[in-house]
Design a protein around this ligand. Structure first.
Ligand code: V47
Ligand code: SF4
Length: 391
């Protein structure tokens, strides 16, 4: 029988653990070592320690809705199940600014704090279109945080109008854009990006647009699309580029790992990675990104159960109520076919795994602590684990 390589913990893993416990930053090589060698148990213990030091059991969520102006797109990213090419645009939808504003108005009187706007890239959606859209939303509902577009759209619309990124982002800010979501990052390394997201902004351009936005005093999120054709080295490179930019600007709020889902897209022949790999990836992100405040599990993509589990693997945020307003993941095969959770459901989902639900706004100002909230009809929530009461 083959002897185990180490009795006890592998000395490299022990060294990394000691560094993380002391708050010493781990290197890219260490990160690569973790991806290749660390067990889920080890990673969970380490990442949960980091999470607890930063946030205790606090788990953040918000009340939000999405608007996807179109699912027709000039690009044809191979992982995308949602978009339709221009030649089949009749199969898709293309909202006008009036229709988008009508969706915003349909939330009048509802206690949402954020609208998340992102969709396909089309020529009629240009700088002027978005300026007028943001202005009209803010005029109608000044308190609604507008989180919209990604460097993919920005790069396209600024290039079309022969405008510098600097001027373009300033115009977006002036029009009322409050923050930018993390999408479009995919994997930065050109040898992967060219294969899965050819033609859209490069990794460097994605980073540059976030840099400029941060330098205007604004905040944004970052994502990584994992579990397709990339290697662990590509993930480490991606995380490292994000960490470097965050050292420079401090403008990122949240990192959101996005698991590749394989239904109805050009990469459907690839298997999806396991849940164990998802949890390992959350944990490694938490350990490596020591300058990011938050790690988010986006429940419409990963499903409620894994979102709950992830809260013990470094994650401290599970996004928002969503109100069944996004199709990106249901079309790509997520368990969540009609993503919508009431605030009460989200609170119960978080409490069921022993965490403290905190409603936040987009910029992580605390709006309400639900830890001691008791609902009239409190019962075991739809079969989710209810924790034993310890006296
Ligand atoms: O950039 C598209 C991803 C992203 C698939 O900032 C897919 O708060 C997996 O960025 N399998 C857009 N992923 C969504 C996004 C996002 C979502 C929620 C919150 C925030 C935030 C940002 O969705 C795209 C792409 O990476 N995506 N298709 C797929 N088949
Ligand atoms: Fe278009 Fe975005 Fe889909 Fe790529 S991921 S095809 S840019 S909608």
């Amino acid at each position: 029988m083959q002897q185990p390589k180490f009795i006890g913990l592998d000395p490299e893993l022990l060294r990394i653990k000691e560094n993380v416990d002391k708050g010493i930053r781990i290197s890219s090589e260490d990160c690569n070592y973790l991806y290749n060698n660390a067990s889920l148990g080890y990673l969970g213990t380490l990442a949960n320690g980091v999470r607890i030091k930063r946030h205790g059991n606090k788990t953040y969520f918000n009340r939000n809705f999405h608007i996807e102006p179109t699912n027709v797109c000039l690009y044809s990213c191979t992982f995308c199940s949602y978009s339709r090419l221009i030649k089949s645009r009749a199969e898709g939808w293309e909202y006008t600014s009036e229709e988008i504003l009508d969706i915003v108005k349909s939330y009048d009187g509802k206690p949402v704090t954020e609208v998340h706007i992102v969709g396909g890239v089309l020529p009629q959606y240009d700088v002027k279109f978005y300026q007028e859209l943001f202005q009209s939303i803010k005029k109608h509902r000044p308190d609604l945080h507008v989180k919209a577009l990604t460097p993919v759209e920005f790069h396209y619309i600024f290039k079309k109008d022969k405008m510098s990124y600097e001027l373009g982002m300033q115009l977006m800010k002036d029009a009322g854009l409050d923050s930018i979501p993390g999408g479009g990052a995919e994997i930065f390394a050109p040898e992967i990006r060219d294969q899965i997201a050819g033609g859209k902004c490069s990794g460097d351009q994605w980073l540059e647009i976030h840099r400029i936005w941060h330098n205007l005093g604004m905040r944004s999120n970052a994502t990584m699309l994992y579990g397709h054709i990339e290697s662990y080295e590509h993930r480490v490179d991606h995380l490292n580029q994000l960490r470097n930019l965050q050292d420079e600007t401090g403008g990122f709020q949240t990192f959101i790992p996005l698991k590749f889902r394989n239904k109805d897209n050009q990469l459907s022949h690839l298997n999806e990675v396991s849940i164990i790999e998802d949890l390992r990836n959350y944990a490694i992100s938490r350990i490596f990104l020591d300058n990011f405040d938050h790690i988010k599990a986006y429940w419409p993509m990963i499903g409620r159960d894994i979102a709950q589990l992830s809260l013990s693997y470094g994650v401290d945020d599970i996004d928002g109520t969503i109100d069944d307003t996004t199709k990106i993941y249901s079309m790509a095969g997520s368990e969540e076919q009609n993503p919508s959770l009431s605030t009460k459901d989200l609170v119960k989902l978080i409490k069921a795994v022993g965490k403290e639900p905190i409603e936040r706004d987009t910029l992580y100002n605390v709006l309400k602590d639900y830890s001691d909230e008791v609902f009239e009809d409190d019962e075991i929530f739809k079969g989710y684990v209810s924790l034993p009461v310890v006296n």
